[in-house]
Every structure is written in structure tokens, then in C-alpha cells.
Write a protein that binds this ligand. Structure first.
Ligand SMILES: *Cc1c(COP(=O)(O)O)cnc(C)c1O
Length: 419
């Protein structure tokens, strides 16, 4: 690869400086891996469970064991993970429609949610699409405080305003692609306990995307009633081909199961079609894979800050998700960053990213993605809208070794040293 010696040396220096961060990340991975191994042993995971079921999938005990493993690993009473959950958005849709009923109020306590969830809730949409609003579910939100913490005054005000009508209070753990802090599992747990003390009837829900295994504990074991996420992000460990998971209190998981299939049927059906092995292997790998992605993000923060760019979070900040934002300052630099990442991908390395108009975005977007699984963002990937301040959002890295090559290549492209 065309990486100048100067950048290779800088990366080795960065690794020496980041040794303490890397050690802390390894410790989290060791703790989470032990919990995964306990879950596998306790649920007697065995080879026969990997056999594909077809049709209704009645009595697929491999699928049921994978659900039990997911619950144990995520610190929940119950869970399900299914290849029939098509994306994070679909999974969260199932969760919200599972819990909410006409006349209920949904409150987001972390400001306006991730873009793809706005049409699900019915924010800024016309009626008639089948959004929660179409079904008579009202919505309100409390923004975070300027310091990025949950604004319990504003949230408390909304709980008082809607009273018994509040059915779900939702938290988005990761900043996603917004300029805000990511919340720790502990902070979310505390906020959930606050909601329960004011409004015992309400369920607390966490969009856990990008947060799984970045900390030793997940929001369920700290007070959240329900969490949901994607299996082509952290929780799939880079091994799941598709899918999502929902985990939490037994009652809430059961309601989501009725929404996924049919009331009365719930989680008794669903052919695994041979996906159980990849899903279980994904949970086995997830703590390790997430550690690889976290180290890659720290390295990117260190090298790009050193090269004079503004990075968020900083190289020595504790992380609660795997996303790294880098302000590149110009359209050329943003495109070059993505081209560098792409050039060091295992798949489609020969492809040259270019900015393009995308449905739902105001500005053209440039993306780098050379993944084994289509769109998987636990694999090294980056994208950014072509507007000031030309921020690249990058995440993932199945192995630290390949992730670091991607970061070095991106830096070489940005500084024009890639020839
Ligand atoms: C990725 C993401 C989603 C949506 O997941 P998709 O798989 O892209 O549909 C929702 N919320 C957050 C915070 C995310 O990062």
C-alpha cells in the first residue's frame, strides 16, 4: 500500500501514546467476553442448534437458545434476535409499535432522534404512511442540556404535562450523526430510574445502536425496560449477515414479539433459515470486534488531531459508541478521506467514492464502504455530507490491523502523500 514511512512512524507513535486507552478497551472486551462465554455454556449451545429450520420454524431450539444467549449477554430478562429484522430502523419500529397504543404519548429524552426514525414516529411527515402518528400516538421531545447530559427538568416537565398518557420514554445512546455527546449506559440507567419514579406506568426504551460492548454493562442491567439494535453494527460482531435484536423485561419483549409476528403467535414461529450459527458467532465475536473498532477510532482521532483537524471525541476521551467525527474543512479533504478509507478496504478497494445526491439528504453525500456484508457499519466505513464544516463520520474496523491501514491511507490521501 502507498503509505509513506512518515505516516507509518506516526501511527506507531500514536499507539505508544494510546497504550493506556487500548488497555482499558481490552479490559472491557475481556469482561464482556467472559459474560458471552457464560451465556453460551449456561444455554448449552451445541452444533445441532446450527441446523436450519424452515417453514413455520416451530420448535427451533437453536433460535430459542440464541435468544436466551442474547438476553444473558445484554443483561436482560428476555430477548430475541432475528434475521427477519431487516435493519436497525426496522427493529426499533417493531419495538415502538410493540409498546405504544392509540392515545399514548412517546417522549424522546435525547432530542430529535436519528433521521430514519422520524418518518416512523411521523415527525414532519404527512399523514397516511402508517407512522405512529397515523395510529394516534402523540410525540414530544426534550433536548439534552448544553453540556450533553439528560435534561431532567425538561423531561420532568413533559412527564407532568402528559401524565398517565406517557407510555414510552426513549433514549438514543449514540450521537449517531449529530453534534452531541454519546450517553453512557450508567447515565441512561439513572435517567430511566428518574422516569420510573415519576411515571411508573411508562416503559423506558433505548436505541442502543453503536453502543453495544463499548462498556462493561448494557442499559438493561441498569434500569432500561427495553433496548434494540442492529446485528450489522456492534452486536453482530461482523459475523451476522443481517438482523436485529430486542432485549429487556419479559413483558416488553413479549409485546414486541406479538408485533414482529402476530398477536397470539409471538416468538413461537420464525424459520432460522440457517442464520443461527452466524448470529451466535456474532455474539461470540462482538466484544472483540467492538474493541477493534474502538482502537481504530482512537487512532484516527490521534493522527488527525495531530495533523491539525478538529476531532470528536478526542483521542483520550472515553467512548460510549464507535463513531469518530473528523472535521476536514473542505470538500476535497472529505472526498479524499473517503477515498483513502475505500482504498484500504478488503472489498471494492478499486472503487473511487464520489459525492452523490441521496434521497432524504439536502446536500450530496460521499461514502466509503468496502464491506463483506452490504452496508455493515461495524466494518470500516465513512461518510459525510458535502457541507460546512465537511465532517467525516467514520466507524468500524473488523480487525485493528486493517482499521489502522484504512486510517493511515485516509491520512495519506488527505495530505496528498498517497503517491
Ligand atoms: C444506525 C442507527 C439506526 C438505524 O439503523 P439502520 O440499520 O441504519 O436502519 C438508528 N439509530 C441509531 C443511533 C443508529 O446509529
Amino acid at each position: 500500500m502507498d503509505i509513506p514511512e512518515k505516516i507509518r512512524t506516526a501511527a506507531r507513535e500514536a499507539e505508544r501514546a494510546l497504550a493506556g486507552e487500548f488497555e482499558r478497551i481490552d479490559e472491557i472486551s475481556r469482561t464482556c467476553t467472559e459474560r458471552v462465554m457464560d451465556a453460551f455454556r449456561e444455554n448449552r449451545v451445541s452444533e445441532a442448534m446450527f441446523a436450519p429450520s424452515t417453514g413455520y420454524g416451530y420448535g427451533d431450539y437453536g433460535r430459542d437458545a440464541a435468544d436466551a444467549v442474547a438476553a444473558r449477554v445484554l443483561g436482560a430478562e428476555a430477548a430475541f434476535c432475528r434475521s427477519q429484522l431487516m435493519s436497525g430502523t426496522h427493529t426499533i419500529t417493531v419495538a415502538l409499535f410493540g409498546l405504544l397504543r392509540p392515545g399514548d404519548v412517546l417522549i424522546y429524552a435525547t432530542g430529535t432522534p436519528y433521521d430514519t426514525l422520524r418518518p416512523v414516529i411521523g415527525i414532519g411527515e404527512k399523514n397516511g404512511t402508517g407512522s405512529l402518528r397515523d395510529f394516534g400516538v402523540d410525540y414530544d421531545e426534550a433536548g439534552l442540556r448544553p453540556d450533553g447530559t439528560v435534561d431532567t427538568d425538561a423531561l420532568g416537565g413533559l412527564l407532568e404535562k402528559y401524565g398517565e398518557r406517557v407510555r414510552v420514554v426513549a433514549f438514543q445512546r449514540s450521537k449517531g450523526y449529530a453534534a452531541r455527546r454519546t450517553l453512557s449506559a450508567e447515565e441512561i440507567g439513572e435517567a430511566c430510574r428518574f422516569v420510573k419514579s415519576r411515571c411508573p406506568r411508562a416503559f423506558t426504551f433505548v436505541d442502543n445502536c453503536y453502543g453495544e460492548f463499548t462498556e462493561e454493562r448494557e442499559p438493561c442491567s441498569l434500569g432500561a425496560d427495553l433496548i434494540a439494535g442492529s446485528l450489522i453494527k456492534n452486536a453482530g460482531g461482523g459475523m451476522a449477515d443481517t438482523g436485529g435484536y430486542i432485549a429487556g423485561a419479559r413483558e416488553t419483549v413479549e409485546l414486541c414479539g406479538y408485533r414482529l409476528t402476530s398477536p397470539g403467535v409471538g416468538l413461537e414461529v420464525g424459520a432460522s433459515l440457517g442464520q443461527t450459527r452466524n448470529i451466535l458467532k456474532g455474539f461470540f465475536y462482538a466484544p472483540h470486534t467492538v474493541a477493534q473498532a474502538l482502537k481504530t477510532a482512537h487512532l484516527a482521532a490521534y493522527l488527525f488531531e495531530k495533523a491539525g483537524y478538529r476531532v470528536l471525541p478526542g483521542p483520550f476521551e472515553t467512548r460510549y459508541d464507535i463513531i469518530q467525527a473528523i472535521e476536514l474543512g473542505s470538500g476535497d479533504a472529505l472526498v479524499n478521506f473517503c477515498r483513502g478509507i475505500q482504498s484500504a478496504s478488503p472489498v471494492d478497494a478499486h472503487v473511487v467514492p464520489a459525492p452523490w445526491a441521496m434521497p432524504g439528504y439536502d446536500d450530496p453525500v460521499v461514502m466509503a464502504a468496502g464491506a463483506f456484508v452490504g452496508g455493515a457499519s461495524i466494518e470500516l466505513s465513512a461518510d459525510g455530507p458535502m457541507r460546512e464544516p465537511y465532517t467525516a463520520f467514520m466507524q468500524g474496523g473488523l480487525t485493528y490491523e486493517s482499521g489502522r491501514l484504512g486510517i493511515m491511507a485516509a491520512l495519506a490521501f488527505c495530505t496528498g502523500e498517497n503517491k
